[in-house]
Design a binder for this molecule. Structure first.
Ligand code: GTP
Ligand code: MG
Length: 370
């Protein structure tokens, strides 16, 4: 319930002050940029400009974090982050296993992926690709909704013997909504009943036009079982990645996103963090969502302890105050006091939201009318 000047509000919205004045004039309010307006008017303006309403004081706390842009000269090439998507049982995990030369499926309960795995594969030319194996598309859209647009490229796995299924189509929609380039991996091509051409044709119906149909979406026939077409797939990922010119500054304080997090019986809260920029080091103090902490240890995707992790590297981080949520952002800060302050503030905001947003069920609405 605090006041804000039109100019301050404009700055926070990244809009011109004059445009806000104009909009208010249309609403019948004559103000100057230096005039203060109340919370209600501010919220009205924010919605009018198509922004999500965000508490003013929320922005103040965020400002304490170093979110400055990096200098062009500090940017170094980074590995692409590839999310594997597709219908249940079409072979996402098997494909990832084949690419890694290991066997994760064998160790999974019932062969259904229970979590998001994050792995880094080193190719023959020593370049790397980071893969995320999604259990479902909610995880992907949840992370996006929370501002963690971590995926550079989507590999859509379609089983050649099964064709386009509901979750295949859902994955296409999510990928398009995210504006992320897609590569189609037509899997299980070892099966006698496999019909890759039919899949290319069916993809047209969903406006996914592969190169063979004179479109610009790369596609590749693979068999995770027989390990065929894998080099072709990684070549195409690299080609796509080159076009994206992916870069990050490894020299700054680290920022990353939570891929998954859990409470481990022996080790306490553990989060898999995908480093986005900067280098995360043991001993770093950080805030992650509404939690804070100090990196006690880091474990890479091969189970090895590491001292630091650069851009596009997934690592398990130990030393958190609690379990953050998938998609939460991790930011390294200078002092433990600051980390705690920000985390506590965010916790109080979450608490506030929970108490003010009463359940909007029909029942509660009726009882309110009584
Ligand atoms: P969810 O994580 O449950 O969504 O499944 P997934 O997409 O990860 O599929 P998964 O890798 O678990 O494979 C499902 C089944 O298909 C397993 O029985 C695999 O052995 C089989 N499979 C995967 N790839 C191939 C392939 O290239 N050829 C054949 N013949 N079978 C395959
Ligand atoms: Mg799986």
């Amino acid at each position: 319930p605090e006041a804000i000047t039109v100019q301050e509000l404009a700055n926070r919205m990244a809009e011109k002050g004059a445009d806000l004045v104009k909009a208010m004039f249309k609403m019948g309010m004559a103000v100057t940029v230096n005039q203060t307006i109340d919370q209600d008017t501010a919220e009205l303006l924010v919605t009018d400009f198509g922004h999500n309403v965000r508490r003013v004081s929320d922005a103040d706390v965020e400002l304490e974090l170093d979110t400055t842009e990096d200098n062009e000269a500090d940017l170094k090439p980074r590995a692409p982050v590839v999310t594997i998507m597709g219908h249940v049982d079409h072979g996402k995990t098997s494909l990832l296993d084949a690419l890694r030369g290991t066997d994760v499926t064998a160790g999974e309960a019932g062969g259904i992926t229970q979590h998001i795995g994050a792995y880094q594969v080193t190719l023959k030319d020593k370049s790397q690709i980071t893969f995320l194996d999604t259990p479902g598309h909610e995880a992907f859209s949840d992370m996006r909704a929370r501002g963690a647009n971590v995926t550079d490229i989507v590999v859509l796995v379609v089983a050649a013997d099964d064709g386009l299924m509901p979750q295949t189509i859902e994955a296409i929609h999510h990928t398009k909504a995210a504006g992320v380039p897609m590569i189609v991996a037509i899997n299980k091509c070892d099966k006698p009943e496999a019909n890759p051409q039919k899949i290319r044709e069916r993809l047209l119906e969903h406006e996914v036009i592969v190169e063979e149909m004179s479109g610009d979406v790369q596609d590749v026939e693979v068999s995770a079982l027989k390990k065929t077409g894998l080099d072709d797939l990684t070549d195409k990922i690299q080609l796509q990645a080159e076009l994206l010119e992916l870069k990050a500054n490894p020299g700054r304080a680290a920022e990353g996103a939570v891929v998954e997090a859990k409470l481990d019986k022996g080790r306490g809260p553990v989060a898999t963090i995908l480093v986005r920029r900067g280098t995360l080091k043991v001993g770093d103090i950080f805030v992650v969502g509404a939690e804070s902490g100090k990196v006690r240890a880091m474990i890479d995707d091969k189970g090895k302890q590491v001292k630091k992790a650069g851009p596009s590297t997934p690592v398990e981080v130990l030393g958190l105050s609690g379990v953050p949520m998938a998609g939460d952002q991790l930011q390294v800060v200078d002092t433990e006091t600051k980390a705690r302050e920000i985390a506590e503030y965010r916790q109080s905001v979450m608490q506030q939201k929970r108490t003010t947003q009463a359940p909007a069920s029909l029942e509660s609405m009726f009882s309110a009318l009584k």
